[in-house]
Ligand binder design. Structure first.
Ligand code: HEM
Length: 137
């Protein structure tokens, strides 16, 4: 018979287990591209922002323009505050499968700045953003 004493001794052990991470392809995300179901990708994480659309301080239109796709560049170029970034966790539903992941913004911005022999202060500067666009689009 199985020893279940560990489970019995720790009634809340399930909450201590690593969370299940849901993985999606960009194609999965593409099926959620309007106000009835709106997913976006930011830095390889997938967000369901359907409920947030109507209260987004920047308006719903701008998010809908990116619905069902990778909004990393748009999000980054609008220069969101730290509290905006904190809010994002609430809407995160998973991440992209490895095969469809891009290099992280930080890695790419540092690489670009090295190439340009620039000091890398802000990845959202106009110059850097235009280089992101060149690389990602
Ligand atoms: C989960 C995703 C997002 C969250 C939690 C979020 C949150 C916010 C918050 C809190 C603000 C108020 C200003 C600030 O605190 O920075 C804001 C403004 C704004 N957001 Fe977002 N946002 C999200 C996605 C996006 C995306 C994908 C875009 C563009 C495609 C976008 C474009 C804007 C714009 C244009 C503003 C107005 C900036 C201004 O008036 O200066 N946001 N957002």
């Amino acid at each position: 018979m199985k020893d279940v004493s560990l489970v019995e001794a720790e009634p809340d052990f399930e909450t201590k287990l690593a969370p299940v991470v849901h993985r999606f392809t960009l194609e999965d995300v593409s099926f959620h591209s309007d106000a009835s179901s709106c997913w976006i990708v930011i830095a390889d994480k997938v967000y369901d922002v359907t409920e947030f659309l109507h209260t987004h301080p920047g308006g719903e239109e701008i998010i809908l323009e990116n619905a069902g796709s990778d909004a990393t560049i748009s999000f980054q170029s609008k220069g969101h505050s730290a509290s905006a970034v904190d809010m994002m966790a609430k809407y995160c539903i998973g991440e992209l499968v490895q095969a469809t992941k891009r290099l992280s913004l930080k890695t790419v911005s540092v690489a670009i700045c090295r190439n340009l022999d620039m000091e890398c202060k802000s990845p959202s500067s106009r110059l850097t953003t235009s280089y992101f666009t060149t690389i990602f689009c």
